[in-house]
Design a protein. Structure first.
Length: 326
């Protein structure tokens, strides 16, 4: 998990591509001889476009729950004398003075917590990315609410570090896939977005990239059979059960013991996810983009959450993990 870039404004722009970015470039025309992996990221799939959830979708709720929990604990300490009248050993005016002093001390802490809370809550339920196969365009609903677009062939994709600076012993190095829209000189980054998912192993990200690449270069038929699940979030807020499912995507393919140990934590985080989703707006694409993304009624490759199986299929996740470990 990585929240360093939870605001796309934090991506450095108006800068030159780095040597590492060029070295790790993922080329649109280069076919990789690996298994495409949709990474449980699809919202809609059809012959016109594939829509994916954002980079932080499966982590939604961690920051919110932590913020709400710390706010509740510190506020409870502040109001403790009023809840337990028996502990009063001083006039109520003294209690009020203590509370005022404690509030002043905690104000910077609460401000920071509210700032963190607003990174996930009171925003949008998710930030979709739409790859239009027919128009060869990419539309990105960015975290700042701005919808940006670029030609598929003009984007520069690369595997990037989630930490700008990494030192041994500071935890695992996490990687994700970035798409850079470049200026006319083809060297300067104008704006950046990240594809769904991250990993300690960059090799796993190549499987995710190959799914998107084959769709855009070889067409929907090439990867239609690899789509096993779609998130039902395009026009409504997810339910508590769906949010819990999304959080558990982090655990798929891991040993059963780890899943059982992590289950109570995931249930707690789901409380924060409900708050974040319920206080956020559902993203809507402009009419102009929807007009360019019309779907044929007889499209044989159309898939939405309506075709989801009763149980999420974990086999594709296990297969990819096994291939990577070999």
């Amino acid at each position: 998990m990585n929240y360093q870039d939870i605001s796309q404004k934090s991506y450095p722009v108006n800068r030159m591509l780095t040597a590492e970015e060029r070295k790790n470039q993922l080329r649109q025309k280069e076919h990789l001889d690996i298994t495409p992996f949709y990474n449980a990221s699809t919202v809609k799939f059809n012959s016109t476009f594939v829509e994916l959830v954002d980079r932080w979708f499966i982590y939604r709720g961690y920051v919110t729950f932590s913020s709400l929990f710390l706010i509740a604990v510190s506020a409870s300490i502040n109001l403790f004398p009023f809840f337990i009248p028996e502990v009063h050993i001083a006039p109520k005016s003294i209690d009020l003075l203590i509370i005022a002093c404690w509030s002043a001390i905690c104000s910077p802490f609460w401000t920071c917590l509210i700032w963190m809370l607003l990174k996930e809550s009171f925003r949008w339920t998710h930030y979709p990315i739409r790859f239009n196969y027919r128009k060869r365009m990419v539309y990105v609903f960015c975290l700042d609410g701005v919808i940006r677009s670029a030609k598929w062939d003009d984007l520069f994709f690369t595997i990037s570090r989630c930490r700008r600076s990494y030192t041994p012993g500071s935890g695992p190095q996490i990687w994700d896939i970035r798409g850079h829209a470049l200026k006319a000189d083809r060297k300067t980054v104008e704006w950046t977005f990240a594809l769904h998912g991250d990993s300690e192993d960059p090799r796993q990200l190549k499987n995710c990239w190959e799914f998107v690449r084959r769709y855009m270069e070889e067409g929907p038929k090439a990867v239609y059979g690899d789509v096993h699940w779609c998130h039902d979030v395009a026009s409504r807020r997810e339910t508590f059960r769906e949010g819990l499912f999304a959080l558990n995507l982090n655990l798929n393919g891991l040993p059963r013991l780890i899943q059982y140990i992590s289950a109570p934590v995931v249930w707690l985080i789901s409380i924060g996810r409900v708050f974040a989703i319920r206080t956020s707006k559902i993203p809507q694409w402009p009419a102009a983009i929807e007009a360019k993304c019309r779907i044929d009624a007889s499209d044989p490759y159309q898939r939405t959450a309506a075709q989801n199986p009763a149980k999420f299929p974990t086999d594709p996740v296990s297969v990819i993990r096994e291939q990577i470990s070999q």
